[in-house]
Design a protein around this ligand. Structure first.
Ligand code: CP3
Length: 348
């Protein structure tokens, strides 16, 4: 039994049928909310991440203002390369830059497997403070990047559509790539155990670039490391894997024991269910760009999505992060449309 008042998300992840479908939005903290944009003028990105009071404040904004059924801690997946000893800059309007990316064995030898309490204790502090401020209103989601997605940034040094240099690194120096992936995995396991210990009720692993790999390479360079992470958390906290574009491997992802699997909008809920099997909870999959449609269209499309998932073993979400230019009332319309859908059923 949890002492969380709105524990829909936790109950759905444990396989229960619930009175309505829970809803949250990837990247809901930050990006599009006016109060967040005001904070950006005063504090740098990593100041916002590293100051527990700021991270907590940002984490709570969508709970208070949008009414989502879960909070996700404000942080970033790139705190892991930082803790391992790589410099990470966040350039306004441009995204991340890692000026000294990993290309050779010598570069790899510069990296450490850090003591997470020393290097990432600020995330644990932020989780503890957020937990306190939430006061049991909704569950708190912790997260990390999947090792493959982290490798993409560590090797490419910046965002990319193809991550060609990261892939070339894996294909030409597989032994080095696996050494790096294992170091990231070992760090991430300690980090996520720390997050659970600090109060995270659910952990999501973001493999944003999993879909750049074919099925065999996805197993080899991504899923075998995600599996280690899920296995190590199994006794501690429920987990969700979001591997964007890697729908071909939903069955293998379900077999890791993760309670939830995120899907993007390029697969139908029916197809995803067919591949993933009957038991796992599916999360998704509204096209984030559709939140730019007029509100009546959003409502209609959200209801169609919920119909397709069928109302059980489902967490309503977007198929990737919310876009920075989404009007706040459109985000709210998305959440409200999910909440009222069950009402429609009840009165039918
Ligand atoms: O869900 C949340 O809002 C919690 C906070 C969160 C951030 N990043 C804050 C952030 C989460 C869950 C992330 C995850 C993340 N970070 C991912 C995986 C999810 C995804 O969208 O694919 C990735 C790939 C990153 C790396 C990253 N961080 C990029 C590519 C960028 C720049 C472009 C962008 O996405 O906005 C960031 C910066 C970042 N991380 C911002 C925020 C709110 C925007 C910068 C700012 O507000 O100053």
């Amino acid at each position: 039994m949890s002492n969380i008042k709105n524990d829909l998300l936790l109950r759905v992840l444990s396989g229960e049928k619930t009175e309505r479908v829970p809803v949250w939005m990837m990247r809901q903290a930050g990006r599009y909310l006016p109060d967040y944009i005001k904070l950006k003028e005063k504090y740098s990105f990593f100041e916002r991440c590293q100051t527990p009071e700021l991270a907590t404040q940002i984490t709570l904004q969508p709970i208070d203002q949008i009414g989502v059924d879960a909070a996700i801690i404000f942080s970033d997946i790139l705190v892991i390369p930082q803790a391992m000893g790589l410099e990470v800059q966040m350039l306004e309007g441009k995204g991340p830059l890692l000026p000294d990316p990993i290309k050779t064995a010598t570069d790899l030898n510069r990296l450490i497997i850090p003591n997470v309490d020393e290097t990432l204790g600020y995330v644990f502090d932020a989780l503890r403070l957020t937990k306190k401020e939430l006061n049991g209103r909704v569950p708190l989601i912790g997260f990390a990047g999947a090792p493959w997605t982290i490798l993409c940034y560590m090797v490419q040094g910046k965002g990319s559509k193809t991550f060609d240099e990261a892939k070339a690194f894996c294909y030409t120096q597989p032994e080095l790539a696996h050494r790096l992936l294992q170091m990231i995995t070992d760090t991430t396991i300690q980090y996520l155990k720390g997050q659970a210990n600090a109060g995270a009720d659910v952990i999501q692993v973001f493999d944003s670039w999993g879909g750049l790999l074919g099925p065999n390479d996805f197993e080899n360079f991504s899923l075998q490391y995600i599996r280690q992470i899920i296995t190590s958390l199994k006794e501690t906290v429920p987990t969700i894997i979001f591997a964007k574009g890697a729908w071909h491997s939903l069955d293998h992802m379900a077999a890791t024991g993760a309670q939830g699997l995120g899907i993007d909008w390029c697969i139908t809920p029916q197809m995803a269910r067919q591949i993933a099997g009957p038991n796992v909870t599916l999360q998704g999959n509204f096209d984030p760009a559709k939140l730019l449609s007029p509100i009546p269209v959003i409502i209609k499309e959200v209801h169609a999505m919920l119909d397709a998932f069928g109302g059980n073993h489902h967490i309503a979400n977007l198929g990737h992060g919310i876009l920075p230019n989404v009007p706040v009332d459109h985000a709210r319309a998305f959440v409200d449309a999910v909440k009222e859908w069950k009402l429609n059923l009840n009165t039918a």
